[in-house]
Design a protein around this ligand. Structure first.
Ligand code: SIN
Length: 274
């Protein structure tokens, strides 16, 4: 296998690898590249649902999205469908986010397979490097953020999709440090995101909203922290959910885009950096 970096700071295309035929040394090489590049793009794959799950399973237990337990109990719990049609009022993931950071132990990564493209172009996915986002802040801001924690609430994300829980339904909420240490690389990174982070603990609502807005602006306005994946038939993408944000671009209305995501269960709760 060969790696072709997508930008100097994140993302790599993985060449000459069939995800259905991985040897143990291929898996080790993919794991090392995953930690280094955060986003890996595999082209021209023929992945069945079973193959998709088997590939994700090389990285850990498969994650079950909280909506599967509460809101959609009929479909395969390990497959999360991302589908946008001419009737959609929103596209899943169209806001910068880290998947399900409202869980006490969020997924460590995800594997996305776009099965129906909206056309010759459109429906790209953007990713942001949250190590670099943190590193680029001033020393004073870094020192202060290291002392803070924030509440991540799944209901904030659901509200975006006009989903209100019924009285008998619950959805995860968790408190995480604002700056965490990646459990495998040991590097510090910013661990808040627009979809799920509801409030910084100990600040007033106005203070928290202002600080979080500053952080969203810091990342969203900096293309140098980001990479962009352009999908093609057979493209499969693996990302490290602990140190990236992603954003699904809905620029293809009224076309349909259909994707399936399999996520990998995290192993440890996000931990304080210092
Ligand atoms: C997601 O996992 O948020 C969806 C990403 C995408 O559809 O590109």
């Amino acid at each position: 296998m060969q790696l072709k970096p997508m930008t100097p700071h994140m993302g790599a295309e993985v060449l000459n690898l069939d995800l259905n035929q991985l040897s143990q040394s291929d898996v080790s090489a993919v794991k090392a590249a995953f930690l280094q590049y955060m986003v890996l793009v595999f082209r021209d794959q023929e992945l069945s649902e079973g193959g998709h799950k088997t590939f994700a399973g090389h990285f850990g237990e498969l994650h079950i999205h909280p909506s599967k337990a509460q809101l959609d109990t009929r479909s395969d719990p390990e497959i999360f469908t991302v589908r946008t049609t001419p009737n959609s009022q929103w596209a899943n993931g169209e806001v910068w986010h880290t998947d399900v950071s409202c869980e006490a132990i969020p997924p460590l990564g995800s594997v996305l397979h776009v099965q129906q493209l909206p056309g010759e172009s459109g429906g790209d996915t953007l990713f942001a490097n949250m190590y670099l986002a943190f590193e680029s802040l001033s020393e004073k801001m870094k020192a202060w953020l290291r002392t803070l924690s924030a509440v991540h609430d799944g209901r904030k994300d659901l509200a975006r999709y006009n989903i209100k829980l019924k009285a008998n339904q619950t959805y995860p909420q968790a408190q995480h440090p604002v700056v965490i240490k990646h459990p495998e690389t040991g590097k510090e990174l910013l661990f808040v995101n627009r979809s799920f982070t509801e409030k910084i603990v100990g600040l007033t609502r106005k203070e928290s909203d202002t600080v979080l807005e500053m952080l969203w602006h810091h990342v969203e306005s900096a293309p140098r922290f980001q990479c962009r994946v352009r999908w093609a038939p057979g493209t499969v993408v693996l990302w490290d959910n602990r140190c990236t944000w992603h954003h699904a671009v809905w620029d293809y209305f009224p076309s349909t885009r259909h994707a399936q995501r399999v996520s990998i269960q995290g192993t440890t709760a996000p931990s304080w950096s210092a």
